[in-house]
Design a protein around this ligand. Sequence first.
Ligand code: RNT
Ligand code: ZN
Length: 429
Amino acid sequence: MRNRKRIEEIYQYAKEEYMALGVDTDEALKRLNTIEISLHCWQADDVAGFESPDAELQGGGIQVTGNYPGRARTIGQLREDIEKVMSLLPGKQRLNLHASYGDFGGEKVDRHEIEVKHFQSWIDWAKKFGIGIDFNPTCFSHPSADDGFTLSSKNEVRRKFWIEHVKRTRKIAAEMGKQLGSPCINNIWIPDGSKDLPVDRYSHRVLLKNSLDEIFSEDYPKEYLIDSLEGKLFGLGSEAMTVGSHEFYFGYAVKNDKIVCIDTGHYHPTEQPGDKISAMLQFLDGLMLHISRGVRWDSDHVTIFNDDVQLLAQEIVRADALDRVHIGLDYFDASINRIGAYVVGARAVQAAFLFALLEPAHKLREFEEAGKNFERLAFLELLKTKPFGAVYDYYCLTRDVPVSEDYVKEIERYEREVLGGRLSLRSAV
Ligand code: RNT
Ligand code: ZN
C-alpha cells in the first residue's frame, strides 16, 4: 500500500509549481472530475456481442487481432469486467453499448426486432451504478450486410431492414436516456463502401441521405436522445470509397441539427482530429469522440497519452467546450489483457485532459496576442516536464482508486482469479 502522506506531500509540491504559473491544481481536478468517459463495451469481448453463444466479429471493415485469453463470453462476464474497470478509474464513467449486446435470453432476435425489453437489464445495471448509457446500432456482422452495404444499399429490402434496425435503436436509446436521467447518445456508424473504384458514388449517398431522413422522421426529446453520426475515410474491403464520409455526415448534421462523432482513427494519418474541434463546434451543438489510436491505419490500438490525444483535450479545454463534447473510447485489442486495455486507455484520456486543464491559459494567450511566439513555445515545452503525474496520483488517492502502477497488480490479480477461470470454462466446452 502506498504512503498516503507521501502522495499528499508530493501533491503540495506540484501545487506550488503550478501556482507559480498561475494555475490552480485543485480547480483543475474539480473540473477533471466532471468529465465522463463512455466505456465501449466491445473491448471486453472483441466486438462479438451476445446474439448467439458463438458470436464473433464478422466483416464491417473492422478487424480484431489477437487471442489473449479471458474474453467475456456472457453478459454476466462483460458486466463483471466493466465493473472491475470502473473500480480502477477515478471520476465518472458511462457505458457505450452496441445493439448486438442485448439480453436476448437465448432467443433469436434479429436486428429489426430489437426492443427496449432486451436492454432493460442493462438499464437496471446502469441504474445500480448511477451511470448513463450510450448506444449504437449494429450495422455489421450480419448476413444482410455481407455485400458491404446497409443504409445506402441499392437492395430496397436490405435498406428497409437496416432503417428499421436503426429506428428501433433510437427508441431504445431514448428510453435509456429517460430511465437513467441522462441523454443517451445513439451513434450511427455504417460500414457501407466499396473495395474498388465505384462509378456511382452519388446514388449511394442519395440513398444514405434518404435513409437518415426516414430514420430521423420521429422526434424524441433531446434530454433523452442525442443522434450522432460517425464518418470514416476507409475500411478493410471499402478502401476506394466510404459512403458515410466526413463531409457527408458533417453536412447532414449541420443541416439537420445532429451531432458528429469524431473517431480519431478515421482520418488521413497526418490530419489532426484536435484541429477539427474549434471548426466543427462553430456549426454543431455538440460532438462525440471515439478516442482511438490508429497505427499507420485505422488499427484501433489502445489509446495512449500521445500528441493526438493531447491536442484533442487541449483544444476542447481551450475552446471551453467540455460541456459540448461527449467523450468515448473506441479500440479493440485482443492481444493484451482486455481489462488492462480499458484502464490504460481511459487513464490516458484523463491524463490528457488533466494536462490540458493545467495549462496557464491566460499567460499563453497573452504571449500569443503580443506576438511573443518564442515565449509561447518555451512555456508549452516547459509544461511537458511539470509534475502533472503527481496531480493525477493525488486525484486517484482522493477518489479511492489504485494510485500509479498499483492498478497493474490489481489487474494481474483479476487475471489470475477471474479471467483464468474463463479459460478452463472455454476448454471444457
Ligand atoms: C468503426 C467505427 C465504429 C466501431 C464500433 C464497434 O470503424 O469506429 O465506431 O468501432 O461501432
Ligand atoms: Zn468509432
